[in-house]
Design a protein around this ligand. Sequence first.
Ligand code: NAP
Length: 472
Amino acid sequence: MRSKLYINGVWVDGSGTMPVYDPSNGSLITEVATAGEVETEAAIAAAYEAFTPWAKTAPRVRAEILRKAFEIMIAEADELATLVSRENGKVFSDAKAEITYAAEFFRWFAEEAVRISGDFRKSPSGDKRILVTHQPIGVSLLITPWNYPAAMATRKIGPALAAGCTVVLKPASETPLTAMAIVDILERAGVPKGVVNLILPTPVGASISKMLHDPRIKNLSFTGSTEVGRVLLHEAADRVIRCSMELGGNAPFVVFDDADIPAAVQGLMIAKMRNGGSACTAANRIYLQRAIAEAFTVEFTQAMEALVMGPGMESGVNLGPSVSVKERDKIAALVDSAVSGGAKVRTGGKVPEGDGAFYPATVLTCEVDNVILKNEIFGPVAPIVIFDTDAEGIAFANETDFGLISYIFSKDLKRALQAAEGIESGMVAINRGVVSDPAAPFGGMKQSGLGREGGFDGIHEFLETKYIGVEI
Ligand code: NAP
């Protein structure tokens, strides 16, 4: 297991260490190296040095390294998933699904590396030719969260390397081991020294602020909370650094009265409970049309009660712990304030006795103004609200500052598409509990972010567009 920093092609000790815990029982997994000023400077310098030669490599060379990394990840998926489950807490099947999803970003961007298109045309005035080309931005700072420690790293590293950028990766403190394992794979796949660097700078706020004021850093790709994203946007403004922001969600899950109820319940179990509810895409507010609300709630509550909670690596378990007791306590506090505000508990709602950061599958019914609907829960809690007309359902769904993803269930595709067009989110799932796909643009509207990852758009987050006007 790697536990050091990776700078200029070498695994190095840092200025200190920090612990990584197993959230299912609070035990120490290992200590990892942290970066002080010396290591942070060395990582930036290495990425800066490596940029020009890397940008000049043939796209096919970059593609083949990424393809090789994809193959190693798939071959080692079980070991990687075990590591994800240990440090993050998610159940093994979710961890394995994450590794497959994460590896796909390497495959997809291996394919995209050789398809960066340009444009050559006559200007409307006829006096020149318009040549449009795309060039790698330069050294990119990648900051990732704990909830998808593998996929959030590959979703950034894949397009960055494909575009010809070099990177400094800063994974979340709770889950650095997975990122280290992925960097180890990239090293074995043939990434040249300096192209990928991994550091855990401390203290994080001051160190990242300093990095964003360093003229060698040209681009910031951040995935995490809106709160931290907003701070980083302010920091990046000083040097007008390009920013991609994948921020928090507060996804509505809207079920119309003509929906296939068993399919919608199944969809909600995926949308709500994948990753134990700690997903930016997690269904956070459940809106049910009055005619089907009670039948749906009964069926959904039964499905939630059937889940087995326990350590993520134990067989038969389908709900693991949160990543830490601190995160679990945030979930418990939100449920308590929802109940104080009039929400009724249909199941769950109590922190269990014993060790580990566990919180049970919880179903609440509440009014549309309940405080829990304003917050990203990031845990296994489903607050349900009833609506009457379609227009009211959409209006409720849009009552948020966030706009990452929405879910709509209806057998009438026209009705569902009309709702999808009226909903303010970057992604909409119709009759599905999951839409994430490396081949599709992932990202949000409103305060859920800026830019898109994956799909054809993802590589452009790491490319500058250059127009050359040619006299003819
Ligand atoms: P977070 O607290 O914002 O942390 C994210 C990353 O930012 C971590 O690496 C963290 O480092 C770092 N960080 C924290 N404070 C910082 C600062 N002042 N300056 C620079 N970096 C700082 O988020 P999280 O709790 O890890 O993740 C959960 C959030 O991520 C949720 O809101 C979720 O919706 C969002 N998310 C969004 C997407 C998406 O694609 N839109 C995907 C996944 C998650 P430390 O760990 O060292 O504090």
